[in-house]
Design a protein around this ligand. Structure first.
Ligand SMILES: Cc1cc2nc3c(=O)[nH]c(=O)nc-3n(C[C@H](O)[C@H](O)[C@H](O)COP(=O)(O)OP(=O)(O)OC[C@H]3O[C@@H](n4cnc5c(N)ncnc54)[C@H](O)[C@@H]3O)c2cc1C
Length: 397
């Protein structure tokens, strides 16, 4: 649903450093995981097990799970602050951020039994639900055309198909899967007939489920997932059969707000790093930051970051108030992904050749932050949302 911008519907938003205590404890935790930690992991293509354990033990990954299920029941903005600070500290939450929000589909649409069965163990970190299989190799962003099929057979569903770019599937106990249960030519609307399943990877692996690592530009633990007559219990279905697309959309605004907060954190890291470097580095007998050609791109990216942050804070405030927040979540995602890229470029350029030296971490963060313009949704698709849904221009696809 689109949000309206009527004044009475606009909740108050905090500016400046909100959630100060959370910010301080995240910074403290992250100080134990310096650039060398991330560089070594990348060289070994390894998973940040110690970092994820520290975040889990501190309760940060259970921030959004209600207290009755063992989480800390914090608002979305608090979770956004946690992710922002992780990234502003030079760390990367991509290995585990989905543990925070993938459970939202179970929380909002699962049965009482499913919630009781899974949420407490997800909150404690005993169960990892951080794999989310939507994207497919042949259909890409055209989600309603996805080909993975789940066919009901007695007390089971039988799944066939393939997913691509499923992050963290090899570091997850459970996977949320979007599959087609009714063929697209038998439904009234193409978004009907898709269903969401919670798959127990531990049970399924080797019995029709195969997961292969997908090497990528960043150490994101992406995989390809293959389903070959995988039989899962019928009670793996979340909510009603055929309504899965709606459930997935529900979670996407939260995901966009949270992931964009990581982009804001990255932008802050780039700005801080660039400012420090250009103020110190002397060429032609003066700090390079004295040259406005060096200063201005950093200043411009800073202003863009502040603007993106405000839109995202409004999105989170609307989400917390139960108001439609899709417009702000999408615009915030667009603005944050571009602000961090401009900050990354300014930081890289102002480091000259040293921007390429791995020990500065600039090139690693530069590669990492490029992802936000593509995943979880690409820039063109956000622009198409704004053009069509917010501005009412003709539908393109
Ligand atoms: C590191 C990484 C991790 C990921 N993790 C996950 C995950 O955990 N789970 C998951 O399901 N997916 C994941 N993804 C997939 C990601 O969400 C998709 O890559 C992204 O949504 C784009 O889809 P696509 O790659 O199929 O691109 P395509 O749909 O093939 O699009 C390619 C380009 O064309 C543009 N384009 C396509 N159609 C149009 C149009 N009609 N108008 C204008 N432009 C158009 C797009 O904007 C894009 O720039 C991940 C991707 C990466 C790289």
């Amino acid at each position: 649903m689109n949000q309206t911008h009527a004044a009475e519907n606009c909740p108050t938003i905090a500016t400046g450093e909100d959630y100060v205590e959370i910010r301080e404890s995240v910074r403290k935790l992250c100080a134990g995981f310096p650039g060398s930690y991330w560089r070594n992991l990348e060289a070994a293509e390894a998973y940040p097990t110690e970092f994820v354990r520290a975040l889990t033990d501190s309760g940060f990954l259970g921030a959004l799970i209600p207290e009755e299920y063992g989480g800390s029941g914090m608002p979305l903005r608090a979770a956004a602050v946690i992710l922002e600070e992780i990234h502003a500290s030079g760390c990367n939450a991509g290995a585990c951020h989905a543990q925070m929000y993938t459970m939202g589909t179970v929380l909002r649409h699962g049965s009482a039994e499913q919630k009781q069965r899974f949420l407490p163990d997800i909150a404690s970190g005993k169960l990892r639900l951080q794999a989310f299989g939507v994207t497919e190799p042949t259909t890409g962003t055209d989600t309603t055309k996805l080909k993975t099929r789940a066919v009901r057979d007695g007390d089971s569903y039988v799944i066939n198909g393939q997913k691509v770019w499923t992050s963290r599937a090899l570091h997850s106990d459970l996977m949320l899967l979007l599959a087609r249960t009714t063929p697209v030519d038998e439904v009234r609307k193409k978004s009907d007939g898709l269903s969401v399943f919670l798959i127990d990877i531990r049970e399924a692996i080797g019995k029709g489920l195969d997961i292969k690592p997908l090497k990528a530009m960043v150490n994101h633990h992406a995989t390809e997932v293959f389903f070959d007559n995988l039989r899962i219990p019928a009670d793996s279905l979340i909510g009603e059969e055929g309504k899965g697309f709606k459930y997935i959309l529900d979670g996407m605004n939260a995901e966009r707000i949270l992931v964009s907060s990581e982009a804001i954190g990255d932008a802050k890291w780039f700005t801080k790093t660039a400012v420090a470097y250009v103020s110190e580095r002397r060429v032609f007998d003066r700090p390079i930051g004295q040259n406005q050609a060096v200063q201005f791109p950093i200043a411009r990216a800073y202003a863009e970051t502040e603007a993106a942050d405000l839109v995202l804070r409004r999105a989170a405030a609307r989400f917390a108030a139960g108001l439609p927040c899709g417009d702000d979540a999408n615009m915030g995602k667009l603005l944050a992904s571009e602000a961090t890229w401009h900050a990354a470029e300014a930081c890289m350029q102002s480091h000259g050749g040293f921007g390429f030296a791995k020990e500065y971490d600039v090139e690693r963060k530069w590669r990492e932050t490029r992802l936000f313009q593509i995943a979880p949704i690409s820039t063109n698709l956000v622009l198409s949302y704004i053009g069509e849904h917010m501005l009412g221009m003709p539908r393109s696809f």
